[in-house]
Write a protein that binds this ligand. Structure first.
Ligand code: SF4
Length: 381
């Protein structure tokens, strides 16, 4: 498997070199060439011109000036599935790298997936590397005779999804994490959950697993900072990763918000810390948060613990409700924010010139193993 990892790395390096040659890490369309307003005007025109060839996907956390050009908005898995049904040859994914990879795996071979800015990564996904997982897995296998089932949050590189596919595990999303973990614990005695420790901990605790049955494996420490005995005694092994955006929400903010307005409902994403999810009135995936707001009566008040672009958009979409961020600071996904309208326009221009750039391709062998894990997830009832 480490060969596959190397192959992927080489391909990525090659892609980066190609992109540098093509100039995709520099603003291809400079501000001197086109003002922000002119970029939006040209985008409108070129999108109409290429409407039969291109579908634009916009993740919920994307900025408004990009979302206005999205044909479909949603979470990463939903977008990938819908793009596959549309059958257009080019899919521009206005999200981050792992989302474009998942889309490449789920769409047909003639469909090309484009990430407008290759620097749009995910800090959480970067916290679990394939070589680290392989090392951790070897230590865990040595430490216990119990069967460990690996489950990965969809927010990770394809190489990790492949690991899970090849080791009887599954992928999960923040919407189905509970169902998938429940399944995993019927297939084995222990769970290895990566890369987000918070989604893993919050979900397992909700299912009745005590915190004392969970340990955290930190790849920056020798043997993850754990003894073999700790591995053998634990029910759940959580990878230490986290989302830097959702770490911006704190217990103090929950208390201060409730003190200011005891009537307000605090809902946070399960990527938030354990103490934040426990103090909040409710927590759930992005779609769960949207549903709760949509079905609340007029006049309802919410303080939301998730990415600021989505919170601001919800506030505009539901003017009859009071919707604010739980944090006084801008909890912005800065990597997603790298996808600017001028990068989107550069992607469109390249397609028009028949020289598409920033195509995300998952090597076949990795895609095959990853799809085993994805399909397992979709089959779990
Ligand atoms: S919000 Fe967090 S988990 Fe989502 S893409 Fe940004 S850094 Fe990654």
């Amino acid at each position: 498997m480490s060969d596959l990892f190397e192959t992927k790395n080489q391909q990525k390096k090659q892609q980066q070199q190609d992109d540098e040659i093509n100039g995709s890490h520099k603003p291809i369309i400079s501000e001197e060439e086109l003002s922000d307003t002119d970029v939006l005007i040209e985008l409108k025109k070129i999108k109409e011109e290429l409407k039969d060839q291109v579908v634009v996907l916009g993740h919920h956390y994307q900025q408004d000036d990009v979302i206005r050009f999205a044909d479909i908005t949603g979470d990463s898995l939903q977008l990938a599935k819908e793009a596959a049904n549309l059958d257009r040859p080019y899919i521009i994914f206005c999200g981050v790298h792992f989302m474009a990879e998942t889309t490449d795996m789920l769409t047909k071979s003639h469909q090309k997936v484009i990430l407008p800015d290759l620097r749009a990564g995910c800090s959480m996904a970067d916290m679990a590397k394939r070589s680290e997982i392989d090392k951790a897995w070897a230590f865990m296998q040595k430490s216990t005779e119990a069967k460990i089932i690996p489950v990965t949050y969809i927010n990770c590189a394809a190489t990790l999804k492949a690991f899970v596919g090849d080791n009887d595990g599954s992928i999960c999303t923040s919407s189905n994490a509970e169902k998938i973990i429940r399944w995993a614990l019927t297939q084995g005695e222990k769970l290895l959950f990566f890369p987000d420790q918070h989604l893993g901990r919050n979900t397992c605790f909700k299912m009745g697993i005590p915190i004392s049955d969970m340990v955290v494996y930190n790849p920056n420490m020798l043997n993850g900072g754990l003894t073999s005995e700790q591995i053998d005694n634990a029910k759940v092994i959580l990878w230490y990763g986290f989302c830097s955006v959702h770490q911006g929400f704190t217990l103090d903010q929950v208390h201060a918000t409730k003190k200011r307005d005891p009537e307000i409902t605090v809902i946070v994403h399960p990527e938030c810390n354990f103490e934040v999810t426990q103090a909040a009135d409710d927590y759930g995936s992005t779609s769960y948060i949207i549903d709760q707001i949509a079905k609340a009566p007029a006049g309802a008040k919410f303080a939301i613990g998730t990415e600021i672009n989505l919170v601001n958009r919800l506030a505009r979409e539901f003017p009859d409700k009071k919707i604010m961020s739980l944090s006084p600071y801008q909890c912005l996904c800065t990597t997603m924010y790298r996808v600017r309208p001028r990068w989107l326009l550069a992607s469109f221009r390249a397609i028009k010139d028949n020289k598409p750039i920033n195509i995300i391709t998952v090597p076949e062998d990795i895609a095959r193993s990853s799809l085993k894990a994805l399909n397992r997830m979709l089959d779990i009832k």
